[in-house]
Design a protein around this ligand. Sequence first.
Ligand code: HEM
Length: 402
Amino acid sequence: MENLSRRRALKLGAALGLAGVALEAPKAWSWSSAGSLAATDTVTDPFTVWDPVPDQVAARILADGATASVNTAWNAWTNNGDPLPAGMPGYLKSYLQQVNQLPSWADRSVLAASQQLYKRLSMYLFLSLSLGSGILSTVIPRESRAVYWSAGGADMKARAAKTFTFGYDMVAADAWSPNGHFVVTANKTRLVHSTVRNLLPTSAKFQATADQPKPISNGDILRTFHSTATFTHLNFAKWHVPMSAAEQNADLHAWQVALHLLGVQRQFIPASWADAVAQAEQMLWPDLAPTTEGTSLAHTLLGYIERPVLGLDTGFVSEMVRYLIGDAYSDWLGLPHDFISRGIIEAGWPLYVAFREKTSWIMPVNYYLFDQFVRGVAMLFLNNGTSATQTPVTLPSANRPG
Ligand code: HEM
C-alpha cells in the first residue's frame, strides 16, 4: 500500500469490505542503506526498484514465443555445476552466463555453516516456513493478488510444490555445491518473476487491484524475505531454540546471497539481523491486510496441508497456524478455533522444543503428538522437494485463465 494516497487506501479498503482493518496513510520510506550490505547512508525506496535486465530477457522470450522451448531446455539443467543447456536463445544464454554464479562477496565457509544449521533445525524450519510463512504470505496483499492472478494461482498444489522446491534446495545439505541445485533454482525463479512482471500488467483482473506500475519490486521481494526468514528468526528466538552468533550469521548470509540471486540490490539487503528486523518493522507488519484472493489461497493451501498430516484433525492444524502467526491475521482469514488444541499447543510446544533441544529434561505429556506433527509437516515439505518428485520451476506463458 506504499504508494496509495490515504483517500485511495480508504476507498480500496471499503471496496474490499475491510471495515475494522486500519489502513494508515503510507509512511515515507526511511530505512537507511547504512544498515545494508552496501553500507551507504542513503534512503532509496525499494518499492520503486525492479529488475530491468532479466525483465527485458523475459520480454524477448515471450515475444519470441520461446517459453515452451526454454522450459524444455531447463528440464535437464538443475545442478549448480551444470553447463548451461543447449536449446536456449543466445540472449538468454549470455544473460545467464553473467548471473549464474555466487557474488564476489559470498563466503563459502559461512554458506557451508548455514547448511549444517539447516540440517540441525530442519523440523522447526519446515514448520515455520510452511504453516507459518506460507499462510502469512496470504495476508500480504500484493503477493496474494500476484500469485492468485498469475497462471500458478489456478493450480495452487503445483505452485506450492514449486515454492517448496526453492526452500528445499536452499536448506539442502549440498545447496551451494556443484551438485546442489540452489543457484540454478534461484536464477530460474528470478526469470519467473521477470516473466510475471511482463504478464500481470496485461491481466485486467490483476490491474483492477494493482497499486504499482509492475509487480514484484525489490521491496516486495524483501517483504517476502521478512515473512519467511525474519519471521523464522524471530520464532526461533521466541521458542528458545539454541543458536550461536555464528549460526545466526550463517542463516542471514545464506539469505543475503539468495536475495542477491533473486535480483535484490545490495543497498537494500540487510547487513545484520537487527537491520533486518528494523526493515521488517517498516515494510512487513504495517502492510498486512486481508484480501479476497489471499483468503482463497490460504484455505486452498491449508486444505493440502491438513489432509496428509497424519490424519491430525483440522482444528489442530488451524490452531498451530494461529499459534505461529497470531489471532489477528488468522481471524482475517476466518480460520476455525479449537480451544482444546490451542491449550495443548500453548502449554506443550515450548516444552516440546525445550525437551528436544535438551534445555529441559522433562518430557512433555504430548511429546509424541508434536513429534508426529512436525514430522508429518516435514515429510510433506520433503516429498515435494526430493529429486524423485521435484516439481521443476518453469516460466509461465500466460496469466490465470478467466
Ligand atoms: C513464482 C519464490 C517473492 C510472486 C515463484 C517461484 C518461486 C518463488 C520458487 C517459482 C514457482 C512458481 O512458478 O510458482 C519466491 C521467493 C520470494 C518471492 C523466494 C522472495 C523471497 C515474490 C513476491 C511476489 C511473488 C514478492 C509478488 C508480489 C510470484 C508469482 C509467481 C512466482 C506471481 C509465478 C507463479 C506462476 O507461475 O504463475 N516465486 N518468490 N514472488 N512468484 Fe515468487
